[in-house]
Ligand binder design. Structure first.
Ligand code: SF4
Length: 358
């Protein structure tokens, strides 16, 4: 079944598969790292590897190219290797996560257009789907594989409790199967980086410098957007966690996005500031995001949505890391948390001077 991944075109689209590793091991002369890093003949491969990495910081798609000639495919595989080396040398978790998410998303888009590759790619990451041949277009996967890759997806539709399970297998449609494979690729790439040597660091120094500059700019942009006059120290733990997920390019559940937009709006952040903040989300789409923010904040709708109460946050599984203040009986709302944190600490009650005896 895996053979369909192992033609050159498919290996170029998914350059992190076992088929690619076996292909490289069988043809070491075609993948000589020393030549790729230094030869002017491979300059475009190094440029593509750098752009592949930069695309994760500029919210552009990493994939989507089409290849016909074997030589083009080979160079695409090499560009992926260059990108991995750049990430290894820089070793920044934020960068590594963003690149992994971008590659995962690109793979998801490719799988949506290449249905024949979905089953072998799922199997590659141990998902073992079985297609239901009843015309429903559904698949079933073992619940352990479902749990492994859905654990980072916090919206209720991914909770095991809400799944249709039969003999230990969870029913998923094609869209959700693609999403799970996408997550599997993201996890794989964010957890594994190739080792690097001083030679690699020195040969790619110009590309690394460019990526580090873009990375620092992106981080500075976050800081500017997230602080301002609004005190992040007062945010309740749920909102801090959702912000953290956004900043580390994790997939924030739909309800989490809704909650953070209403919360930031309620504490005085402008729609523009919120929009800037969201531009780091992996599946960011400027037009759609702007519409959602303006809708939620009441700018283009008749309703200005309220921040969900704690009970709602809990039911959606996004009441992250509640602390001692959250445990108070009267803590029912994230805004109550924010307001309470902003109050000056009570000064100890002043003692009355002892009254004089008459
Ligand atoms: S208890 Fe409320 S304020 Fe605290 S983390 Fe949960 S949802 Fe947020």
């Amino acid at each position: 079944m895996l053979s369909s991944i192992s033609n050159m075109r498919n290996m170029a689209m998914f350059p992190y598969t076992k088929a690619v590793r076996e292909h490289i091991a069988a043809h070491p002369e075609m993948y000589d790292l020393a030549v790729v890093l230094r030869s002017p003949l491979y300059e475009m491969v190094r440029v593509r590897g750098k752009e592949r990495t930069l695309s994760a910081l500029t919210d552009m798609a990493a994939g989507g190219r089409s290849f016909t000639a074997d030589e083009e495919c080979r160079r695409e595989i090499l560009s992926f290797a260059v990108s991995r080396m750049i990430c290894s040398v820089i070793g920044d978790r934020f960068l590594v996560n963003r690149v992994a998410v971008t590659e995962g998303k690109a793979a998801g888009a490719l799988l949506a257009r290449n249905h024949a590759l979905l089953m072998p790619m799922a199997a590659e990451f141990g998902i073992d789907p079985i297609e239901e041949h009843d015309g429903s277009g559904m698949y079933s996967i073992h619940f352990t594989a479902f749990l492994k890759y859905s654990s980072k997806m916090r919206s209720p539709e991914w909770k095991l409790l809400y799944q249709r399970i039969k003999r230990g297998r969870v029913a998923v449609d094609e869209h959700r199967l693609i999403r799970l494979v996408e997550q599997a690729i993201t996890d794989h790439l964010s957890e594994r980086l190739p080792p690097y040597t001083d030679e690699i660091r020195s040969a790619l120094s110009a590309e690394i410098h460019e990526v580090v500059t873009a990375l620092n700019e992106k981080k500075a942009e976050f800081q500017k957007n997230n602080l301002g006059d609004i005190s992040e120290a007062r945010y309740p733990p749920c909102m801090k966690e959702i912000l953290h997920q956004i900043q580390t390019s994790q997939n924030v559940p739909q309800m989490g996005r809704f909650a953070i937009v209403t919360f930031l709006h309620a504490i005085g952040m402008s729609a523009e500031q919120i929009f800037d903040l969201f531009s780091s989300v992996p599946d960011f789409r400027a037009d759609k995001t702007r519409y959602q923010i303006e809708h939620i904040t009441g700018r283009i709708s008749s309703t200005e949505y309220s921040v969900p109460e704690c009970s709602t946050m809990k039911s959606y599984g996004i009441c992250y890391n509640p602390d001692g203040l959250c445990d108070k009986e009267w803590m029912k709302h994230p805004l109550t948390y924010y307001i309470t944190k902003g109050r000056p600490a009570k000064s100890p009650a002043r003692k009355r001077p002892p009254s004089r005896r008459q």
